[in-house]
Design a protein around this ligand. Structure first.
Ligand SMILES: Cc1ncc(COP(=O)(O)O)c(C=O)c1O
Length: 461
């Protein structure tokens, strides 16, 4: 039986590998194809649309230009492509063994971004962000990290281009994942737990709540304060902004070519969504086809029940950070004051969502679902036991919905082609897996009252 199963599967293709030559030469900008224009970004003081000069203290001009660009294709500079070659193109897998375990007629594919040096999709934007900063003379970059994946990615990219990196790591993750901190330090970065004593805002938060577990919103405030108060320092964000989502589109562009190699077209495209970048990276090139060519890819963003901005938040102007230092963006938000429970998918603990992803959800071009952490870990373990790769806690949310789709296809007796983004590995997340395996992982109910209170503090625009 066992031998037969292996013999059957050996005749089927499992990995779809692109030659380096076929790595994308440009990023895909969905703004060029959107049926509805994006809302302007507003100045937090005046409530008026901001201009490049307002962002110049934080970002290099090349990234500001990308942030507001409506060009469909933006060329990837050669030094960035050269660094991408360290791990790109990333493989696409067909999950034959998971399909068999589920006894489903569905075909399941996953794009695996865990092959990058940092272990996730985050270097796809860390590398160009470090590159453009270097070209424009930045010496030092400050940033936040939730899961530790973004901090690792920027630390790695900083090492490649000779930039100092300071990382404000959300306290809950700092305590759960000491090895992530050590990886960042090995790349040469300086890491502090956020809230920290090194910024005015961090000191204020700690004086009011000494046991604060931190949040991405607080860590962003600290990193922005750091960059805004030093001439030699710029700020870098690992998600949410248009230019970050843009850089991630190498994922979906490669996946389109790899699905062609497999001779299939996905019915449904799935990604987990914290700030929205890995989800956008995989799905935007497919959505671009929907807009331009009339294809009908169904696209699902999956978020945690503990921070369900797309499924339960309001679509409104809000701050990207807790201290109200960032510009106002129109997005699905739970309120900038909202601090999600310390779930293990640290990268999904964010009160807001990328404006571009929010716009697509608001106008019905994508769907969204929320998942509890125990159900997502159950899916992650099931995946690991069949496919071998240990997923990061974040993409277990996408895996859960991919499995649900496969089981639905089985119940309906229908074929279905499912593609999801396995955006990172979980080798530094074993504490979370241990808690799950020993029955100590808790689900957090949707905190309706906390969200209500946070929404009451939304800025009036
Ligand atoms: C592995 C992984 N997946 C997903 C996310 C969520 O971010 P985004 O929604 O921008 O992909 C993170 C963020 O840290 C992450 O580390």
């Amino acid at each position: 039986m066992e031998v037969q199963a292996v013999a059957d599967s050996s005749s089927r293709r499992t990995k779809f590998i692109l030659d380096e030559e076929r790595m994308p030469r440009s990023w895909y900008n969905i703004v060029a194809d959107l049926p509805v224009p994006p809302s302007p970004v507003l100045h937090p003081g005046t409530g008026q649309p901001i201009g490049p000069a307002d962002l110049a203290p934080l970002f290099p001009m090349a990234l500001i230009a990308q942030e507001v660009s409506a060009e469909r294709e933006i060329e990837i500079p050669e030094p960035v492509r050269d660094a991408y070659r360290l791990y790109r193109p990333s493989p696409l897998y067909r999950a034959h063994r998971l399909e068999k375990a589920l006894d489903t007629p569905a075909h399941i594919y996953y794009k695996y971004e865990g092959v990058s040096p940092a272990g996730s999709h985050k270097p796809n934007t860390a590398i160009p962000q470090a590159f453009y900063n270097k070209v424009e003379g930045t010496r030092r970059i400050a940033t936040e990290t939730g899961a530790g994946q973004w901090g690792s990615a920027l630390s790695f990219a900083g090492a490649l281009f000779g930039l100092e990196v300071k990382v404000y790591m959300v306290r809950a993750s700092y305590d759960q994942k000491p090895y992530r901190r050590m990886l960042m330090e090995t790349y040469g970065a300086e890491v502090v737990a956020s809230p920290s004593l090194t910024t005015n805002y961090g000191r204020r938060v700690l004086s009011e709540t000494p046991d604060n577990p931190g949040s991405l919103g607080i860590a962003i405030s600290e990193a922005v304060e750091d960059a805004a108060t030093r001439d030699d320092t710029k700020y870098a964000l690992g998600s949410v902004l248009n230019h970050v989502l843009l850089h991630q589109t190498v994922i979906g562009q490669e996946a389109i070519l790899q699905m062609e190699m497999a001779g299939e077209d996905p019915d449904v495209v799935i990604g987990c969504a914290g700030g929205g970048s890995n989800f956008a990276g995989l799905s935007f090139p497919f959505l671009g086809r929907n807009f331009r060519e009339g294809t009908n890819y169904r696209v699902i963003a999956v978020e945690p029940e503990a921070a369900p901005s797309l499924t339960r938040g309001v679509y409104a102007y809000d701050f990207g950070d807790t201290a109200q230092m960032t510009p106002l963006v129109k997005m699905h938000t739970l309120g900038h004051d909202f601090i999600p429970e310390p779930i293990h998918a640290g990268g999904l603990r964010y009160h807001g969502m990328a404006p571009l992803v929010s716009l697509l959800k608001e106008h019905g071009y994508i769907q969204a679902q929320s998942v509890h952490q125990r159900a997502s870990f159950e899916a992650g373990v099931r995946f690991a036991r069949n496919e071998g790769i240990l997923p990061a806690p974040e993409p277990t949310h996408a895996i859960k919905v991919a499995i649900d789709e496969a089981l639905e296809a089985k119940a309906a007796g229908q074929p279905r082609v499912i593609l999801f983004n396995l955006c990172g590995h979980g080798h530094f997340d074993l504490t979370a897996y241990e808690r799950y395996l020993s029955g100590r992982l808790e689900d957090y109910e949707y905190p309706a009252e906390k969200v209500q209170a946070a929404l009451a503090a939304l800025p009036r625009v």
